[in-house]
Design a protein around this ligand. Structure first.
Ligand code: PLP
Length: 386
């Protein structure tokens, strides 16, 4: 195929795109304070471009990239101390991880009810709508975790799955995963752990001697765990993983596939990008478990620093953070968030808690916090919050 080259046109288009991009926040500025995604590690950026044209939906054409995917999954399986029967499934992120898990649970049990905490991510509303499943909500404790005293009596002949969250979207709370796993093992109920955010933090913090709830397959009651490399994995969007205790479960979400190099295809997507997978694998190899330990420890130190600065201003937090998520309770929520945006800072609004969320991702340093705190102070004064 001959390419029509037009340098002038190329520059014109790139210029226009750059103008649009100027309107965006950037992770490199450090001003994105509320997102659970991070600036990709430099090696992820390089690798992404190198693998831009790969499609692992058709692995016969890209067997090398498919091997990379298997190696990436091995890293995740070992992180989650998964048994030999287990298997990993690459997904686009936490939403697809949750959908895929609930799809498996529905297929395995033939049932349609999900027991889940009120803190569950809004992707479960999509699941309810897509698969006509019913959400049976468990209330929260004062610590914003699932109230386990309420779970047993909700289990019925209609229960397809129970869901627990390891790193909730609003406040970064961790549900009592070992206790829920025990209930699920006793009652023979499918248990999905949504560790989209916490999956790349909690295991490393526990390796460092923190005493957070165990979130891995050493708990026999856990059926699936989803965790996102594009959140605390320091990888590039879109990259999540669903790990299944039993690899045969993938067959329940597989169909016969024609016109591609495999007879069967599992999961939701058809064409799937190899670039984020290669990028994610590169980061896991570059950092290794030790590198991730350093990274999460540094995020936790900066979190502690930020909490002190925020509480020194006279502001209160919704809970004492267990992870690197700081949710600040305010009365003038809209004004504060809008003004911070006017000053160039992006925090996330959590309306139902009348609060805003700051997530201390790897690119957020103490220097950035030192830059932000005076702006927050000024903003709070302007709106009469403090
Ligand atoms: N689960 C949890 C706990 C989350 O916090 C999020 C997103 O923040 C998701 C699932 C959805 O992830 P994604 O936006 O990557 O689909």
């Amino acid at each position: 195929m001959t390419m029509i080259e037009d340098k002038e046109k190329e520059e014109e288009i790139l210029d226009i795109l750059a103008q649009y991009q100027k309107k965006d926040y950037s992770f490199s500025s450090g001003h994105i304070l509320g997102s659970m995604c991070s600036q990709p590690h430099p090696i992820a950026k390089k690798t992404y471009y190198q693998f831009l044209e790969t499609n692992i939906g058709d692995p016969g054409l890209f067997p090398g990239t498919k091997e990379i995917e298997n190696k990436f999954l091995s890293f995740i399986l070992s992180l989650l101390r998964a048994p030999k029967t287990a298997s990993g499934h690459v997904v686009s992120g936490g939403t697809e991880g949750n959908i895929s898990s609930m799809w498996i649970a529905k297929q395995l049990t033939g049932k349609k009810e999900i027991i889940l905490p009120s803190s569950a991510h809004f992707s479960f509303q999509k699941i309810a709508s897509l698969m006509e499943m019913k959400l049976n909500i468990v209330p929260q404790t004062a610590e914003h975790t699932m109230d386990i005293s309420q779970i047993k009596r909700k289990i019925s002949k209609d229960t397809a799955a129970i869901v627990g969250i390891a790193g909730t979207t609003d406040v970064g709370a961790i549900d009592p995963i070992p206790e829920i796993a025990e209930i699920c093992a006793d009652e023979h109920v499918f248990f999905h752990v949504d560790a989209a955010f916490g999956g790349f933090i909690i295991p490393f913090l526990n390796q460092l001697g923190y005493t957070l709830p165990t979130v891995d397959f050493t708990l026999p009651g856990i059926s699936t765990i989803s965790l996102d490399a594009h959140k605390m994995g320091y990888a590039a969007i879109p990259l999540g993983t669903l790990v299944l205790r039993n690899k045969s479960w993938l067959e329940h979400i597989s169909v016969n596939s024609q016109c591609i190099s495999t007879k069967k295809q599992a999961g939701i997507l058809g064409t799937r990008p190899g670039a984020p997978v290669a990028a994610g694998y590169a980061v896991t190899q570059y950092l290794g478990q030790k590198g991730y330990q350093q990274l999460v420890e540094s995020c936790m130190k900066t979190t502690k620093y930020t909490i002190q600065k925020i509480t020194d201003l006279g502001l209160n937090l919704v809970i004492k953070p267990k992870l690197n998520v700081i949710t600040v309770k305010v009365t003038h929520l809209d004004e504060i968030v809008d003004r911070l945006a006017d000053y160039g800072w992006g925090v996330n609004k959590i309306d139902h808690l009348s609060s805003f969320r700051i997530v201390i991702m790897p690119q957020i340093t103490k220097n950035i916090i030192d830059e932000f705190i005076p702006v927050l102070k000024k903003t709070c004064h302007e709106v009469g919050e403090i």
